[in-house]
Write a protein that binds this ligand. Structure first.
Ligand SMILES: Nc1ncnc2c1ncn2[C@@H]1O[C@H](COP(=O)(O)OP(=O)(O)OP(=O)(O)O)[C@@H](O)[C@H]1O
Length: 300
């Protein structure tokens, strides 16, 4: 079942399209990354999904319901981290989460939920004293409170340090594992590929490409290269080329260069080491979603 489905979705502001003819289908249980640079139309799309703004033309359903007519039911079944998330400065973290649980008639332990987002030490602190990153974590806690069927997260990585970024990825993965569907937007492209099942690339309001991170990298022709420095004169190139998923391998003046998915790099190194090759150093140059985006956006 499609949890989110848009057909010909278009939003004009003053005659200018913020979103153009968007056809999107997000399936039950998947993590979908909605990616694009500033001004691409991500927040406008999310605003239409949540019925904060109406489409100019096109249709959209969320959780099988009409986004405009069944807005309250959709809101009750969806956890939302909005783009402009603001805290109530006089309320504590616990009170924020309790409010969401009460509003949705849901059961949950605010303390446990806040702990999951790294706010265990700030449960009873007033949110007015939270840092920007803590506010963002609180927003995530409010989104996941009550185990909603769908999570819509607008820029969940914004304002977070690397530890916070990792934590968001872990929370998203855990939510998917419990069966939720996750739709999130981001312009920080390299953060998303580890957690998304599928991504859609939005540019100037148009969906320019869609697929798994690997499909997009392949579509754009970006590759990961593992470069190994060795003083062996005759490394077992043939053996490496026969490893599953290795696309290309060559040896040139003390350097073995292997084109393969990042997940295979360790196996390549292990195989060379097992064959007695002296590995002096190595580096991995990974083709990223960002490379794919730049490539695909320039083609569109
Ligand atoms: N209320 C509005 N009135 C007029 N134009 C708007 C309005 N909201 C958005 N826009 C325009 O629509 C386009 C898409 O904006 P949107 O905020 O959806 O992009 P975004 O991809 O979410 O960007 P960001 O990553 O910066 O949040 C932009 O050109 C923006 O200026």
């Amino acid at each position: 079942m499609s949890v989110i489905k848009t057909t010909g979705l278009t939003k004009l502001y003053g005659g200018n399209p913020a979103v153009s003819d968007l056809n999107l289908e997000v399936e039950d249980g998947e993590v979908y990354g909605f990616l694009g640079p500033n001004g691409a139309g991500k927040s406008t799309t999310i605003d239409m999904l949540m019925n904060y703004t109406r489409p100019s033309t096109g249709t959209l359903t969320v959780l099988g319901r009409d986004a405009q007519q069944d807005g309250s039911e959709i809101h009750a079944r969806t956890g939302i981290l909005p783009d402009q998330f603001g805290v109530y400065s006089t309320l504590t973290g616990r009170e924020h989460v309790s409010y969401i649980l009460d509003a949705n008639d849901a059961i949950g332990d605010p303390e446990a939920i806040l702990k999951r987002v790294g706010l265990a030490d700030a449960v009873d602190q007033r949110a007015g004293g939270y840092s920007k990153g803590m506010e963002q974590r609180l927003g995530l806690a409010m989104a996941i409170a009550g185990e909603p069927e769908l999570l819509i997260l607008d820029e969940p990585f914004s304002g977070l340090d690397p530890y916070g970024v990792r934590l968001v990825r872990e929370v998203v993965a855990a939510e998917r594992d419990r069966g939720a569907t996750v739709f999130f937007s981001s312009h920080v492209l390299d953060q998303v590929e580890r957690v998304c099942d599928r991504v859609g690339l939005l540019s100037d309001g148009h969906l320019i490409a869609e697929g798994t991170p690997k499909e997009l990298r392949d579509m754009a022709g970006v590759r990961t290269q593992l470069r190994i420095e060795t003083n062996s004169n005759d490394p077992p190139i043939q053996v490496i080329s026969e490893l599953a998923d290795v696309e290309d391998v060559f040896y040139d003046s003390g350097r073995v260069v292997v084109t393969c998915p990042r997940t295979v790099c360790y196996r390549v190194l292990e195989t060379l080491d097992g064959a007695g090759v002296n590995i002096q150093s190595f580096d991995i140059e990974q083709g990223t979603i960002e490379d794919a985006f730049v490539e695909l956006a320039s083609d569109s």
